[in-house]
Design a protein. Structure first.
Length: 131
């Protein structure tokens, strides 16, 4: 499996981080992926300095990964939900006044990736024109 290959050449004196983004799509395409991750973790990865991060935007699927009876049950050591940016946070990132921050939030939907693209102090029109 690719997980064990990814750590094969790793420097054992330093932790290795493996990130699998949009995990719900991967597991929908191949239902055996959870079992494969469990096997790789139990057989090798848990004994190495490895941080395995599974990322997904479908909260119900991500929460179900650690449910009793599922292959990854009992393995996650930390679960974290990242909330969308609030208007105040967007105002700080893009240096916007409060009213403009609400408009910007309506456009970017609280996604940090889009917020970083917002022109500093820019308007909705300027942002949309640049896209």
């Amino acid at each position: 499996m690719a997980l064990t290959t990814a750590t094969g050449g790793a420097d054992r004196s330093r932790p290795t981080t493996i990130v699998i983004d949009e995990f719900p799509y991967l597991s929908a395409d191949d239902p055996s992926v959870e079992g494969a991750i469990q096997a790789a973790w139990d057989r090798m990865l848990s004994r190495q300095p490895v941080l395995l991060i599974l990322v997904g935007s479908d909260l119900s699927i991500m929460e179900s990964l650690s449910a009793c009876g599922r292959p990854l049950y009992g393995r996650p050591t930390r679960e974290l939900t990242v909330e969308p940016l609030a208007p105040a946070e967007l105002a700080e990132i893009a240096r916007l006044e409060p009213a403009a921050a609400f408009d910007a939030c309506a456009v970017v939907g609280g996604f940090p990736q889009l917020a970083r693209l917002w022109p500093k102090g820019g308007t909705v029109r300027a942002f949309l024109a640049s896209r």
